[in-house]
Design a binder for this molecule. Structure first.
Ligand SMILES: Cc1cc2nc3c(=O)[nH]c(=O)nc-3n(C[C@H](O)[C@H](O)[C@H](O)COP(=O)(O)OP(=O)(O)OC[C@H]3O[C@@H](n4cnc5c(N)ncnc54)[C@H](O)[C@@H]3O)c2cc1C
Length: 373
């Protein structure tokens, strides 16, 4: 039987960041993923600058041969309503393609990689885990995304979880499509649904276009997506035929998960732990930060992987992301939906609110510095 110290299940941003942080620790780290990289991942591919500094990514090195779109502003508003441009004199975000970004992070993580291996069983034997009956590990890190098998096999229940559901398409535009695309690559467009339960986006990354819509309500998602795509055509933002059916995925916002993120010999990170920012749905940065914090907790545990010792990870997460969900989300659940709609529409139409609150605070988390190395 093969053996390792730390088995990370899932080679997305959470798993590869955790492995990268452990690269010089002397621990034998394996990252197992059911897919071969590069692989596609349903995602907008918008990242904030903290991600680059936390992972010590040299942007010039990364941009070589990969899509790397600088973003200097956002256009926000309600679908069909007045749009407001918030512009900056500097780069405030980037657009990447997940098939490129995730492979880059995984290959430089320094871990042993097991690609194309689906985790199907996880058994506890003599104080260690045995994965697929073939790989023994003292510690397992669940980084398998929303449907993470580690979370499921160690007892997480999806019942009662209120997930964000989203559909998205990304494709390279041909010459005609590029000519018919009114969206500026430096200024992605965000269109909030009238009931404020989600938003659609239109995001040009060099010659690639990423369009999609996510909602906190699973009902009639495809109808919302279709009507958003029709709107983009009728408003003249995209003057070419758009795909009819978009693939979908789900994930949890911070504060909405009841999953047990730390137990004997087990930690959950990234979407497996349900950590995306509640106002924007940004999940890549929390996934990376949780991977780095999990690595810190693992190093601090010095080989003692009991639940009591690993509880330190829970404390690190609470310190970083707050003890519970955001007050605005909590408040939103108690206000009548008509009031939210009326208030939201008015606020989103006000320049200060769109710029200072929505873009600056909620989307860019401008007041929150990157994790210290
Ligand atoms: C439509 C959409 C748009 C989004 N847009 C953005 C955005 O623009 N910016 C942003 O910050 N966030 C965005 N998010 C959220 C973001 O995609 C996630 O938060 C992020 O991918 C989480 O990273 P992760 O490493 O935890 O999981 P993932 O990226 O999901 O990686 C999990 C990995 O685990 C592997 N795996 C799963 N099951 C198994 C198994 N049984 N055995 C072995 N391996 C397995 C998978 O193959 C995968 O490689 C978006 C999400 C959606 C759905």
């Amino acid at each position: 039987m093969d053996a390792c110290d730390v088995l990370i299940v899932g080679g997305g941003p959470a798993g590869s960041s955790c492995a990268w942080k452990l690269r010089d620790s002397g621990l034998d780290v394996v990252v197992l993923d059911k897919q071969h990289f590069p692989r596609d991942k349903i995602c907008g591919g918008w990242i904030t600058p903290a991600v680059l500094s936390e992972l010590e990514i040299d942007s010039r090195d990364y941009a070589h041969g990969r899509v790397f779109q600088r973003i200097t502003g956002f256009r926000t508003g309600c679908i069909g309503g007045q749009m407001i441009d918030t512009k900056y004199d500097e780069t405030v975000s980037y657009g990447i393609r997940r098939r490129e970004f995730d492979e880059y992070l995984l290959r430089r993580s320094g871990a042993r990689l097991l690609e194309g291996v689906n985790l199907t069983t996880l058994e506890r034997r003599d104080g260690a885990w045995v994965a697929n009956g073939a790989l023994r590990a003292r510690l397992v890190v669940g980084a398998g995304g929303h449907f993470c098998p580690v979370a499921r096999l160690t007892g997480a229940k999806s019942h009662g979880e209120q997930a964000v559901v989203a559909q998205e398409a990304e494709f390279e535009m041909d010459e005609n499509q590029r000519a018919g695309c009114a969206v500026s690559p430096e200024v992605p467009e965000l269109y909030f649904c009238s009931d404020l339960k989600g938003y659609g986006w239109c995001f040009r990354k060099q010659n690639f276009l990423n369009i999609g819509l996510g909602r906190m309500d699973p009902h009639r998602l495809s109808e919302h997506v279709s009507s958003f795509l029709r709107f983009l055509n009728s408003a003249g933002r995209l003057n070419f035929e758009l795909p009819h059916a978009l693939p979908g995925h789900a994930y949890l916002l911070y504060g909405s998960s009841t999953r047990n993120i730390a137990d004997d010999g087990m930690l959950l990170i990234g979407d497996a732990a349900g950590l995306a920012y509640s106002q924007s749905g940004e999940g890549i940065r929390p996934a990376i930060e949780s991977g780095l914090l999990a690595a810190k907790a693992i190093l601090g545990a010095q080989g003692r992987y009991s639940r009591e010792v690993l509880e330190g990870y829970r404390a690190l997460l609470a310190q970083r992301f707050g003890a519970s969900e955001h007050w605005a989300t909590r408040l939103g659940r108690h206000l009548p939906s008509r009031l939210i709609q009326a208030l939201g529409k008015r606020l989103l139409g006000m320049r200060w609110f769109a710029s200072d609150v929505v873009v600056h605070r909620w989307f860019l988390h401008a007041g929150e510095p990157a994790l210290e190395r």
